[in-house]
Design a protein. Sequence first.
Length: 108
Amino acid sequence: MKKMIVALLACALTVSVGFAQQTKGKGAARREAAQTATTASAKPVRHTVKLDSLPVATQDAIKKAIGAGKLTRLVSITEDGKTTYEAQVVSGKQKSMMKFDANGNPIQ
């Protein structure tokens, strides 16, 4: 009788572990699908960067666009795999924001 109970418990344990692993696999697939959907509509990633960390051509284009103004802040924005830059410029008493693409071309 004891052997029968032990065998029954072993079978029950094996079935429950197998079911738990199967359920875990489905949950992981759901989480992965949710992450993929979230990534596609994710918010832009913003980082403060230094002008000298950008490619030379991009630096030169931004410097040219700023002219005599002073660059006070530069932020890199990555959204949908594309990077743009947002520059805060002070010229005299006037503050302005300028946007540039990855090559330093101004964006309106």
